[in-house]
Write a protein that binds this ligand. Structure first.
Ligand code: GLU
Length: 398
C-alpha cells in the first residue's frame, strides 16, 4: 500500500540534533571511540534534593492523573518564579505545564495557527521551530542574520518579513544554536514591531539561567503592552539538568493557555506527575547548583573559543549564553577528503564523524550552512580531545 503517511509528515525531517546524537550513540555501541558534541544537554546530574522530591512523591502515592495543565501547587511555584525572576505577574490559569519545552512550543503552534498563518523565525534557529510550525500548517518565514550582527535580526530585516498574515515571531535569547543574547534596545525594537503590526511573540527562554560575562536576562513580556501578546516558554531541562524528566511550561494570555490545555487534554493529558513534584523542588529549592554549573560552562566556552579561533578557515563569535558555539567554517569548504568534497556543513559533519570520530550538528539544520554547532555541555577533557581531532581533520583536507 502506498501513501501511508500524511503529506505534512513527508514535508518535515526528523530532528537533526537527536538523529546525529543517535548516530553517535550507535557508533559508540559498536565500540568506535566517537566523541559527541551533538546534543544540547547538561552533562551534570539532576541535583539530589530534586531527585529526593521525586522519590518522596512516588512513596506518597502521587502516581495518578493530575489536572491537565499541571498541579495547582506547581503552577503556583511557576507563578512565583515568574514574579521573582522576571517581574511578571501571572495567575495560575495563565500557566500550563507540558511534556518538555518542545511540547510547549508544539502545543502552542497547534493552538494559535490556522493554515497559512506566518511565523517569523530568525535564522540560525533551533532545528524544531520551523517543522513544528509546519505541522500546525503554519508557514515559517525565515529571516537570515549574519555573524557580523551576532546572528541577530535588525529592525529592517524583520520589517521586510512582516505581512498581514504574520501571526507570531519567535524570540530565543540566549539562542540555540548561536548563544546570542538580545540587548534591551533590541527587545524594545521587537516589542515595538509586535505592537505596531499586531502579532504575538513566542519567547523561548529555556536558556534564561545560562548566561556569561555579567549579562543578565531581560524579558520582552515586561515591556508596555507586551504581557498580553507574549507567550513565555521555559522549562527545567537546562536550568536543573532535567532533560529526561520532560517538563516545560508556558505563560501567557488565558485564552491561549486554555486552547493549549484543550489540545493537551485530547492528546497527552497531564505531564508526568512525579516529574511535576520534582519540578516544584527545583523551582523552590536552593539555586546554588546553577552557579556551579555556570562556572564549568564558562571555562569550557572560553577554551573552545580560544581553540576554534586559532584554526585556519574557522571564526567564532563569543556567545553570551547557552552552551553552544556556532563557528563559521565555510573557509574550509571546497577542501577534499579523498573522494568527498566538502561542499557545505552536511558533508563536513559526515567527514568529521567518519574521518575524525566527532559528532557535531551541521549548520544547515539551523538554517545557516556556513556554520556548524558544537555543544560544549560535556567534560573539558572530552572537549580538548575533540578539538584536537577537529583541528587535525580540517588541516588534513586537501
Ligand atoms: N535543545 C537540545 C538541542 O538542540 C535538545 C535536543 C532537541 O530536542 O533538539 O540539542
Amino acid at each position: 500500500m502506498s501513501g501511508l503517511l500524511a503529506k505534512r509528515i513527508l514535508e518535515i525531517p526528523p530532528s537533526p540534533t537527536l538523529s546525529v546524537n543517535a548516530k553517535a550513540a550507535e557508533l559508540k555501541a559498536q565500540g568506535i571511540d566517537v566523541l559527541s558534541f551533538a546534543v544540547g544537554e547538561p552533562d551534570f546530574d539532576t541535583p539530589v534534593h530534586i531527585r529526593d522530591a521525586a522519590k518522596k512523591a512516588l512513596d506518597d502515592g502521587q502516581t495518578r492523573y493530575t489536572p491537565v495543565p499541571g498541579t495547582p501547587e506547581l503552577r503556583k511555584a511557576i507563578a512565583e518564579k515568574f514574579k521573582n525572576d522576571n517581574g511578571l505577574e501571572y495567575s495560575i490559569d495563565q500557566i500550563t505545564v507540558n511534556c518538555g519545552g518542545k511540547h510547549s512550543f508544539y502545543n502552542l503552534c497547534q493552538a494559535i495557527l490556522d493554515p497559512g498563518d506566518e511565523v517569523i523565525v530568525p535564522a540560525p534557529y533551533w532545528v524544531s521551530y520551523p517543522p513544528m510550525v509546519m505541522l500546525a500548517e503554519g508557514k515559517p518565514i525565515i529571516v537570515p542574520t549574519t555573524q557580523e550582527n551576532q546572528f541577530k535580526p535588525t529592525r529592517a530585516d524583520l520589517e521586510a518579513a512582516i505581512t498581514s498574515k504574520t501571526k507570531a515571531l519567535v524570540l530565543n535569547s540566549p539562542s540555540n544554536p548561536t548563544g546570542s543574547v538580545f540587548s534591551s534596545a533590541e527587545l524594545d525594537m521587537v516589542a515595538d514591531l509586535a505592537r505596531q503590526h499586531d502579532f504575538l511573540i513566542i519567547s523561548d527562554d529555556i536558556y534564561e539561567m545560562i548566561m556569561y560575562d555579567g549579562l543578565t536576562f531581560d524579558t520582552i513580556a515586561g515591556r508596555p503592552g507586551m504581557i498580553d501578546r507574549t507567550l513565555v516558554l521555559n522549562g527545567v531541562s537546562k536550568t536543573y539538568a532535567m532533560t529526561g524528566w520532560r517538563i516545560g511550561y508556558m505563560a501567557g494570555p488565558e485564552e491561549i493557555i486554555k486552547g493549549v490545555n484543550k489540545i493537551q487534554s485530547q492528546s497527552t493529558s497531564n505531564p508526568n506527575s512525579i516529574a511535576q513534584a520534582a519540578t516544584i523542588a527545583g523551582l523552590r529549592g536552593p539555586q546554588d547548583f546553577i552557579g556551579r554549573m555556570l562556572v564549568q560552562f564558562k571555562k569550557r566556552r572560553d577554551y573552545v573559543l580560544e581553540r576554534l579561533n586559532k584554526i585556519d578557515g574557522v571564526s567564532c563569535h563569543t556567545p553570551g549564553g547557552a552552551f553552544y558555539v556556532f563557528p563559521k567554517v565555510d573557509g574550509v569548504y571546497g577542501g577534499k577528503a579523498g573522494d568527498l568534497e566538502i561542499t557545505g556543513s552536511v558533508p563536513l559533519a559526515e567527514y568529521l564523524l567518519s574521518g575524525a570520530n566527532i559528532a557535531i550538528v551541521p549548520g544547515a539544520a539551523f538554517g545557516d550552512d556556513a556554520c556548524i554547532r558544537i555543544s560544549y555541555a560535556t567534560a573539558l577533557e572530552t572537549i580538548e580531545e575533540g578539538l584536537n581531532r577537529l583541528e587535525k581533520a580540517l588541516k588534513d583536507l586537501s
